[in-house]
Design a protein around this ligand. Structure first.
Ligand code: CAA
Length: 698
């Protein structure tokens, strides 16, 4: 017996209590303890076994940290079969989150009772695997094929009420899991209830698995685990026995366990949690955060205010004139109506947020008492400086002064105040109440507790916050501008925007770069190019003017109905704009370039090499503290496919030596753009990976 499972005998009932905080993951000690507990109960003549979890939850799943290591006996699938085969009545009492292997242990038990707040599900798809301990065979036997397919392919958690209705649990009872479990087990014994093994129930009904497989594959944008789950559930319906179904489940599970997608998704799982745990912030308490100010009520400012209101903060919205302030309120109310419609907030909360928690103002004096103020005004240094000068004059001592700039120098902004230690960048992504990413931009003099407060704000707003240093574009936009350039160069050399977009959505991106440009507005890039040309570009940098011609004709992308694509009202996507191909052909002719053919593979190689190379520079220069910070930025702000883990995890899997060799070969054509990142060269020389750096810096 290990300490992870406590054994206790209460009358005829052997009680097995899991104690493996924080989430009672089913690691080797738990598995050993459960097996020993069942055997002991049987040998000591108990009539029933009760399994429950100490602390905040029943088993929340297999221990993900053990993945990739040599599996240790007893294996979870064998343990589940052993529990189910026990001649005693086995009952599980669920609370917290019975997930993955946890729900599989529960389904191997003969009866299940849960507290009303319990949640359960098989979230393995999110980790790139499938439920490998009988979940795909047992869940459809209790819930039916269709409900099981929906739960397993989506990884959705269901509440106790829904689980009861679906037949996943037998009873809901109020109280502590131990008490409700003991009462229910005794009740079953008193009734002389039979041992009831889910695996012995009839096989679930067959459905059109091929059609569901195809639809699931398509929906997954290249992610394999959901579609593979369909095949496993199919085995439950079509196999001659439970054993045969379990065998098929095992084979499919191993396929996924050995896949790169599993590596990518598990990297995403742990990085998502590690990203806001910065070693430098250990023990640093954030400042008070109750009321915030937002300057500028355009789309961005209104989105930030909406997110803050939804998080329970009070917001002072400052605009230049009463009409603009009212318009801002209209935008915020519109956003909140969306939340109301989706049932995220009640009518009362809507009224409280728009009428009590939100204050409109046109005078900076209204910001004298807020704890933190974020400006989202026009992206121009002189405008920002004027705003910060005014904030410095009115804000209380200790208030945090934040800029939502996406590329301006936060050090320069901080320097125009008398309190640079209180100044920080908080870079939101539009729409700010929807997009998950927040870059917390730390300037040279920003105080540690101001950084901690930036992260605290991100947490309250339910964002994924990433620490970034100061540079043009911080982490995300700096890397974006580089891989966009690689795409632009490929267009000059012969690829079409449509082929590039298609190759990249094939790679798993939510959208290709040119569809994104149309969505964001082509005028943004136009303004940036004009600024850069005015500042003076390096003569070695490749440039093109064909997009400017589109902009000059008033075509800014989706908002004007025409850009790289033509958009018809009411339709979601666009169709290629034939004028673009003519403009590109003219540009190539002007630059004396004879176009060549690109394969999709080469497009992906070049695009990813540019992304990884710039990301390595960003890490090497300390703009991102760790490679995982870059990975989470791209995942949560730029549509990078989660199942690839992020660009630097992808690079590790692909092989850093291969990527560096590609960069060096591209440099033969353009050694200005393709300058290898020193960090990439160093890692290759030392035979190390980006993940090694993650481990060294966490
Ligand atoms: N294995 C190992 N560690 C785990 C874990 C698991 N299954 N689940 C959570 N943890 C760790 C987290 O990494 C975190 O560690 P740190 O504090 O060191 O960062 C800690 O437990 C607490 O987790 P959260 O911060 O996420 O806490 P939460 O209360 O917000 O959420 C949770 C709790 C709902 C259980 C959430 O952690 C979660 O969704 N976990 C994953 C559940 C899951 O996917 N289970 C299936 C596993 S795969 C499986 O079971 C395969 C199979 O069939 C054989």
């Amino acid at each position: 017996m290990t300490d992870a499972i406590a054994y206790e005998r209460i009358g005829d009932i052997a009680v097995l209590k899991a104690q493996n905080p924080p989430v009672n993951a089913l690691g080797i000690d738990i598995r050993t303890g459960l097996l020993a507990g069942i055997e002991r109960a049987e040998s000591e003549g108990a009539k029933a076994v009760l399994i429950y979890g100490d602390g905040r939850t029943y088993f929340a799943g297999a221990d993900i940290r053990e993945f990739g290591q040599a599996p240790k006996d007893p294996y979870l699938p064998d343990l589940c079969n052993r529990i189910e085969a026990s001649p005693l009545i086995v009952v599980s009492a669920l609370h917290g989150t019975a997930l993955g292997g946890g729900l599989e242990v529960a389904l191997s038990s003969h009866y299940r009772v849960a507290v009303p707040s319990a949640k359960m599900g098989l979230p393995e798809v999110h980790l790139g695997i499938l439920p490998g301990a009988g979940g795909t065979q047992r869940l459809p036997r209790v819930a039916g094929t269709e409900a099981a397919l929906e739960m397993i392919t989506s990884g959705r958690q269901v509440g106790a009420k829904e689980a009861l209705a679906a037949g996943i649990i037998d009873k809901i009872a109020e109280g502590e899991p131990r008490e409700i479990g003991l009462a229910y087990t005794q009740e079953l014994l008193d009734q002389g209830a039979p041992r009831r093994a889910v695996g012995e129930m009839p096989a679930p009904q067959a459905v059109d698995f091929d059609a569901i497989y195809e639809a699931t594959l398509k929906k997954g944008r290249g992610q394999l685990s959901p579609a593979t789950c369909v095949r496993a559930v199919q085995a439950a319906a079509e196999s001659p026995s439970l054993e045969a179904g379990l065998k098929r489940e095992r084979e499919l599970f191993m396929e996924l366990m050995n896949s790169d997608q599993r590596l990518g998704l598990i990297h995403a799982f742990f990085s998502e949690r590690a990203v806001s745990k910065l070693p430098e912030l250990k023990g640093v308490a954030p400042r008070d955060l109750n009321a915030i100010g937002v300057i500028g009520g355009g789309t961005m400012g209104a989105g930030i205010a909406t997110a803050a209101l939804l998080a329970g903060l009070s917001v002072v919205m400052l605009e230049m004139a009463p009409e603009a302030a009212e318009a801002a309120k209209g935008r915020i109310a519109g956003n909140l109506k969306g939340a109301l419609k989706r049932g995220k907030i009640s009518e009362d909360q809507f009224t409280q947020m728009t009428e009590d928690a939100l204050t409109l103002a046109t005078d900076y004096a209204a910001l004298s008492d807020v704890d933190l103020v974020i400006e989202a005004v026009f992206e121009e240094m002189s405008v920002k400086k004027e705003v910060f000068g005014k904030l410095d004059a009115v804000c209380k001592k200790g208030a945090i002064l934040a800029s939502n700039t996406s590329y301006l120098d936060v050090n320069e902004i901080a320097a125009c105040t008398s309190r640079p230690e209180d100044v920080i960048g908080l870079h939101f992504f539009s729409p700010a109440h929807v997009m998950k990413l927040l870059e917390v931009v730390v300037a040279d003099k920003t105080a540690p507790d101001v950084v901690a407060t930036g992260f605290e704000l991100g947490k309250r707003l339910k964002k994924i916050s990433v620490r970034a240093g100061v540079c043009d574009g911080f982490i995300g936009n700096r890397i974006l501008s580089t891989y966009r350039k690689a795409a632009d160069h490929m267009i000059l050399d012969g690829a079409s925007p449509y082929q590039i977009d298609k190759a990249l959505t094939g790679f798993g991106f939510a959208m290709g770069p040119f569809a994104v440009a149309d969505l964001a507005g082509l005028d943004i890039g136009w303004a940036m190019r004009k600024r850069k040309r005015a500042e003076g570009m390096d003569p070695r940098e490749r440039d093109s003017a064909y997009v400017d011609k589109m902009c000059e004709a008033g075509n800014f992308g989706q908002k004007t109905g025409k850009g790289y694509y033509v958009y018809e009202a009411g339709k979601r996507g666009g169709t290629p704009n034939p004028e673009v191909s003519d403009l590109i052909a003219a540009e190539r002719a002007e630059q004396g370039i004879s176009p060549r053919v690109f394969s999709d593979e080469e497009i992906i190689s070049r695009y990813m090499a540019a992304m990884v190379n710039e990301a390595a520079k960003v890490v090497g220069e300390g703009i991102a503290r760790r490679p995982l910070d870059v990975d989470m930025t791209l995942l949560f702000g730029y549509g990078f496919p989660r199942y690839r883990g992020g660009p630097l995890k992808w690079a590790d899997i692909e092989g850093l030596d291969k990527i560096l060799a590609n960069i060096k070969s591209y440099a033969k054509e353009d050694d200005f753009f393709w300058q290898p990142a020193p960090l990439l060269e160093q890692l290759v020389a030392e035979g190390r990976t980006f993940d090694d750096l993650n481990k060294e810096n966490s």
